[in-house]
Design a protein around this ligand. Sequence first.
Ligand code: FES
Length: 567
Amino acid sequence: MTKKPVGFAHGLTNYGDLDFSLYLRRSFARSMGYSKEMLAKPVIGIAYTGSGFNNCHRHFPELLEAVKRGVLGAGALPVEFPTISLGEVFLAPTSLKFRNLMSIDTEEMIRAQPMDAVVLMGGCDKTVPAQLMGAVSANRPAIQLIGGPMMTGRYKGEKLGACTDCRRFWAKYRAGEVSDTEIGEVEGQLAVTAGSCAVMGTASTMACIAEALGMTLPGTAAIPAVHADRLRAAEATGVAAVRLATSGLTPDKIVTKQSVENAIRVLMAIGGSTNAVIHLTAIAGRAGIDVSLKRLNELSDTTPVLVNLKPVGNGYMEDFHSAGGMGALMREIKDLLYLDAMTVTGETLGERLAGEKAAWVDRTIISERAKPLEPEGGLVALYGNLAPGGAILKRSAADQRLFEHEGRAVVFSSLADLAARIDDPKLDVTADDILVLQNAGPNAPECMPEAGYLPIPKKLAQKGVKDMVRISDARMSGTAYGTIVLHITPDSASGGPLALVRNGDRIKLSIQRRTIDLLVDEAELAKRRAEPRQTFEVPKRGYGKLFADEITGADLGCDFRFLRATP
Ligand code: FES
């Protein structure tokens, strides 16, 4: 038992006699029909997240077979194991609540089970960040396999993709521009294949970030779920996992300060989802790396938006893949990246990009550096007396006419209050007002849902109002758009200043100055602070209690305190 353990010999159950432990494990493993030769091979674990409640992973059985083919062909034994799967739209109160649970599941199963390396199969919004968080904490050789985006559907000749077009059509329906029949017909054409949402939403953004971090095979982030290339990527990922098992390259060598900054650059250049700031902060936090919003602004100000996909532009992920994908994008911003960052193949990012042929690039989807879609990055962090710990706005998806705006607050004290009053014809609201949603952050009972895309009040929508300044401590779907301030930190349920806003207060947003301020004098704010705060019932048991006790703010990625790397 002095040799370095391989395969099933890893992490033996301790009965006080390790040789017996291995003998016992092998005998039980043989009950699964493995030969002695197979049991002597390195084991590649495959974190498998197929689920009847996850439409985005519908193709995972076929993808799993391709990974196994790669592993077997490269001389190791593939062994899949289930973990929690998070299907974005099937989880209440919100999938974010369960991201940390999935990360714990992933981390502990990687650590507890005998494997030399692991393939992480993820796709839907929270699955990739959860798996990367878990893998970074477990720190065994790991490679991410992205499930890939959906293909688009068609309605009356128009391309449709989940879920920017879901929101666009729903907004038209609310405004009375689309009939009951039409909205029903559109419903069947929004999500037409396996795979994650078809636009540059959170899932696609996290796929690109995983590749920018160096945790996937090159050029695999954007391959559509149902494309044959996706199966080839899965097979190649299996092969690469066997190489990783031999080389012992662990996530701590890949997820570094440099690769995290590369990922932020890519996030800006793709006009990616605001959610990615939370997820990347959480992943980096597992490696002991802080992501500061001040640094995010510096990187944003010096990174152009180059990718023309919805919700910021026009295309879909299938277009990004055929336009050249992540390789074409990263070659375009090569001078802004840390090229010595290590990747999961054992090559540095610079070696990877140097080895790629300058292939054809569709410039309607991936712009040249000299002709960016926008000269600066897609996201900005805001500070001010409303957000001392910061807030996020996706300027690339906002109405430029509202970039410098002062307005009267129309306050909703909770999601229930919002649902009850937003369409009330008597609601006192104009298009110049600022809609404020309180108690929708990580410490609220709904655990920070994607409710920051407050609907335009029906009576304004029917008059043609398409955008208003909306602010909250909630998140927003990566597929949504508008002049929307999110992730206000600290959140209102934990006593942040957002809780002090009252109807009729003046609020000032300045994207130029990166500020969001409540224009109420300090004496009045002190008076309001002394008033009793809205309280919520805190769960007394189970995961709900763990979440309530341990959740951090958006500035720390909404990870649990005890899961972040210890200094
Ligand atoms: Fe899975 Fe959008 S629902 S990525």
